[in-house]
Design a protein around this ligand. Sequence first.
Ligand SMILES: [Zn+2]
Length: 626
Amino acid sequence: MSRGQGKNSGAKMAWVLLGLSVFGGGLGAVIASQLVSYRPSPEVIAANQEISRTENPLVTTGNTAGNSFCQYNALDSVTEFLYQIRTLNAIANDPLPTLLGLSSTVNADFIASLTPATFPKISDRARSAKIPIIMYHDITAIKDVSWDVIPEELERHFQALQEGGYTPISMDTMVNHLRTGSQLPEKPVLLTFDDNYIGQYKYAFPLLQKYNYPAAWSVHTRFVGTGGQKPKATWNQLREMHKSGLVTIASHTVNHLNLKDLSDEQIEKEVTESKKVIEKELGEKISYFTYPEGDFTDVAREQLKKAGYKAALAMSLDPSLERSANESEDLMSIMRFGQSRFDEAIAMASGGTSTNQSPFLTIVSDGSINFTTPVEKRTVTIDQLPLTLVFGGRVATTHADTRAQVEEILTMTPQAIAAVDGGFFSLERIDGNKMIGPVMSQFSSKAGVFINGNKGENPLLNGRPLVLISPTTIKFIPYNAAKHNSLEAVRAELVDVTDAFVGAGWLVRDGKPQPAESFGKLYGFDAVRDRAFWGIDRTGRPVIGVTMEMIDSVGLGKILVKAGLRDAVMLDSGASAALAYRGKSVMQYEPRPVPHVVALLPPDPVAAVENTEKLNCPVSLNRQVP
Ligand SMILES: [Zn+2]
């Protein structure tokens, strides 16, 4: 049987039967307003802490009080992890199948992945990956020195990254990986720009925004805003880049002197004063340092540690010493490649072999939603099922006037980086855009209008997940046709709601895969087919995804839990399941056109500033122990 034929006939049938077959489904309506997030009460936390202390003699209290910054301590991490499981168990009032299941199969690996190497060592788990770090200096219209790069050349590099399937990662993602071995995208690359040239602001920053690539920026504080032959960006420009959420500012000393030539006192001054000034100007903790000319001494390394830096970037004028971040000696001497070696450097990029490790397991959810992380695509295979997942950014839906391929609707959605086909639609007219059930989209010819759908049909959708999106949060609540029938009614559930629609069913709910019963009478939920879905991962990031091979709904839910999803809603299955990323469909077939998508937009820059501290650290380590 050819894949295409099987899909078309089966799926068509599915959609025809969809509305009718769910009659009486009423799944989960009891759990009236079970939201995406929950937070343990202080009492529950206190109670569990007590259990944790008394039952685990090995476990300390994991005290991070009095230190607002992340302290990576192996025992603390395990303590926190055990504590979290206990808290979750207590709240759920039954064992958490996810975590218990994992502990029986990959327990040692899992625990180890939560155990960072002793600072400033690079974890053995990070040694199989290779992150090439590219070092740029000035970006200028006319080349002055050999290491200057013209904007066209820089864009060619960015295009090569995009076309080659590379994922530029942030400094935080890289350092977390080097410490713990946490999973990386397939071909990770880190872009760095040194010396704060105005040309970097003028040419590189707009390109970073265009491609949604994160980068690190090394700033020598005495030169900020200065003119001359090679003018430097101002504090306002640095603040603008920092607020974009894409640029991580690193200290590059005050005076840009080679630390090898300085006295201990001078080194201390260069290291601490630059940090203080940048922190004051940006209003945020600075964690990274870049050695002028790449040279460092033991004293310099000690001073950096003392000042509270988490990692330092080096470089060498000798190309034979250039190597990937993972092959560097430790976090205080991370090596880079000069941009002239771009091609050979990126060719080595590899996310490494991290079997059994989920990229998300090192972070325990605190139940919040996070719209501040860059959008990134990953292809993963879990229990033999290949998946394409796109994480991060903000969420919006688009309701097109006619049906189209998802990649076409993506181009109609301002700023959108990726999209997956969304809610139910009527099959009757192939060029129609009519949805089944209520729909409201921020991108639509009826933007912001709540279209209630067919009153007769809507009760058939009762109990399915009603998806509500606002600029700051996401809710999945059981749909009730009698109640959720107007803009006022959905505003009562989420006050600044911008998007609403009904999904096919919950695949994952509060971190648990959903059993067959939860799908009620959803037609074909147990059939093996292609499936599209979206949800929230354990770190609070939005996620859209498609299966690259066919599977049933219950099996998919179990796999999505392993992929780190906290909540996941099935959107579609069969012939119209489709996902597009940066203009291109990722599907191996041509899906049936659809009228509605869930899209990921670039991260929220305002919230990014407020939340950066939280982003840097596993959530469990941020908790202040009373
Ligand atoms: Zn420099």
